[in-house]
Design a protein around this ligand. Structure first.
Ligand code: RB5
Length: 147
């Protein structure tokens, strides 16, 4: 599976470690930046870039990391077709995909440690939408807002 990563300065270090981890776990990675640490960069630039590429089906899933995950999540959810959420626990990371078809995971590089982040990311990456009737019905109600 192909995953697009993005991060500002608040998430840069975590992104680099997560990239290495996902590559070691045989995922294909597109790095949407920032490609260097820049204390003055802005999270919307990377969040919107990842979100637009998810919306254009360049990859199935995206992961955006900023300081808290919050700004990235707000920005990404403005893009049609993107269902982003901050998840700092493993249960939400897979259940969000299984029930809600979440396609972008947002993390706070200043909030969680790298080992927890790795578990969350793997749980998100390996999860699949359940396609159960009740979840499809609920998702359709949400998707109607994009019409
Ligand atoms: C950057 O300092 C910080 O505000 C940003 O990474 C993020 O946490 C916003 O939600």
């Amino acid at each position: 599976m192909k995953i697009i990563l993005g991060a500002d300065h608040g998430g840069f270090e975590t992104k680099e470690k997560i990239k290495e981890y996902l590559l070691a776990n045989n995922f294909e990675i597109i790095d949407a930046g920032n490609l260097v640490y820049d204390a003055k960069d802005d999270y919307p630039d990377f969040a919107i870039s990842v979100a637009k590429r998810i919306s254009a089906n360049e990859a199935e899933k995206g992961i955006i990391i900023c300081g808290s995950g919050v700004g990235a999540c707000i920005a990404a959810n403005k893009v049609k077709g993107v269902r982003a959420c901050v998840c700092h626990d493993v249960y939400s990371a897979h259940q969000g995909v299984e029930h809600d078809d979440m396609n972008v995971l947002c993390l706070g590089g200043r909030i969680i440690g790298i080992e927890t982040a790795k578990e969350i990311v793997l749980s998100f990456a390996n999860a699949r939408f359940s396609n159960e009737e009740r979840h499809k019905r609920r998702l359709e109600k949400v998707l109607k807002l994009e019409e």
